[in-house]
Design a protein around this ligand. Structure first.
Ligand code: SF4
Ligand code: SF4
Length: 389
């Protein structure tokens, strides 16, 4: 096959996206211990699936059908993913394009495509079979034999998070912003890869078969997007936990990234802010435990889901995301703090205290741009629920 010459940017180590992911300390294994004993989970056991299927009680089952749709911005967003379904997967061009075959070059090319399409962070890992769900919501076995996973991360927007309470009316829309945008990018990326002559499928919320074929968390760890935090999700040093991700699985030969270590495990051990502020007390105050082969702070998923689905003072919840000291805008001061966490862990307690003293995590209503509205019986009205600020 005839190869094109390789431009310098695709062969070098220059930063590709808006965040210096290349400069993080990379390690061979994720800082969360992953044992050999991971069982593939049934999609029906996913938190929101349990609410949908009535396993969290009749109120959660009823509210599941409206907890996001009751707010008009999230409802407007909810209409989009089904329109993308037909490009998530499809025919692969029978002729492979004349492109370089070097996996490192192809990885940098695909990441650059992601950034061109406005992803905030793109990472690559091998697709472990244990990350796939065992069965989907229809009870069918999940099969995906692609070798690689491309993870596409989208920020939920700092300014909106800063001016929200974290569990008010805009909360679900912030999740949907990231789900929809990352899904949109994943579909275009998968379609492009298939046009190059390699199989590729996009996995995103609301996509084919409803959503993802896999748990995304292990892919975020393996692709070096972040470390597992006390709140039971992956935390990136530049975005905190203020993001959602889509996935493209493919056989395009790629160079996997390595997991990262920026000192989060020691930091979360001392910082309890998300656990203290969680309205449903779903985040543990104690130590890590082994859960299905992962050594993690075990989130009480049922409690969290129940609160998000039945929240009467807003639509869903992301309060743990909002109050986390890593939820900060870009800037040299926060870059310096990130450096300190990595190099001077004895100062962690002081940094955690100062985060409270400086008022981080509180609501700054000056930038609140949305209206509080709730759809009840087909009509939009000012919510009756408490509008605390
Ligand atoms: S989303 Fe809300 S309820 Fe769930 S863990 Fe975070 S703060 Fe708690
Ligand atoms: S709030 Fe503190 S304990 Fe919770 S995830 Fe963020 S850094 Fe970790």
């Amino acid at each position: 096959m005839q190869n094109q010459s390789c431009p310098k940017i695709l062969a070098g180590e220059k930063q590709l996206g808006p965040y210096p992911m290349e400069k993080l300390k990379h390690v061979d294994q994720p800082t969360t211990k992953i044992t050999e004993n991971i069982e593939r989970t049934d999609e029906k056991e996913h938190g929101f699936s349990r609410a949908e299927l009535g396993k969290l009680g009749p109120i959660a089952e009823r509210e599941y059908n409206r907890f996001c749709e009751k707010y008009p911005i999230s409802l407007a967003m909810w209409d989009i993913p089904p329109l993308l379904e037909h490009i998530a997967d499809g025919e692969v061009d029978p002729h492979q394009a004349p492109i370089p075959q070097d996996p490192e070059v192809l990885s940098r090319h695909i990441k650059s495509l992601g950034y061109f399409l406005r992803a905030n962070i793109v990472g690559v890992c091998r697709l472990p079979q244990w990350s796939l769900y065992s069965y989907n919501m229809e009870g069918e076995p999940v099969v995906c034999d692609h070798q690689f996973a491309i993870v596409i991360v989208i920020d939920q927007d700092y300014r909106t998070m800063n001016s929200s309470r974290g569990d008010d009316w805009i909360s679900c829309s912030q999740s949907f912003l990231s789900y929809n945008t990352s899904g949109f990018i994943a579909c275009m990326m998968a379609s492009y890869i298939r046009r190059l002559g390699y199989p590729a499928r996009a996995h995103f919320e609301g996509g084919p078969e409803g959503a993802y074929q896999m748990a995304v968390t292990p892919l975020l760890l393996l692709a070096g997007i972040g470390e597992m935090c006390r709140a039971g999700i992956v935390l990136n040093p530049f975005l905190g936990t203020r993001f959602k991700a889509s996935v493209v699985t493919t056989d395009l030969p790629l160079e996997p990234d390595k997991p990262v270590d920026f000192g989060l495990q020691q930091f979360c051990q001392k910082c309890l802010k998300c656990a203290r502020e969680c309205p449903s007390q779903a985040i543990p105050l104690g130590d890590k435990m082994i859960h299905n082969g992962y050594e993690v702070w075990k989130l009480d998923t049922d409690r969290c889901t129940l609160y998000r689905v039945t929240n009467q003072n807003g639509a869903a919840c992301g309060r743990c995301i909002k109050v986390c000291p890593w939820n900060k805008p870009q800037g040299w001061i926060h870059d310096m703090v990130r450096w300190m966490v990595r190099h001077t862990s004895f100062l962690d307690k002081l940094l955690i205290k100062m985060d409270d003293v400086w008022g981080y995590g509180q609501q700054d209503t000056g930038d609140k741009w949305w209206f509080d509205l709730e759809e009840v019986d087909g009509t939009l009205q000012i919510p009756e629920g408490e509008n605390r600020e």
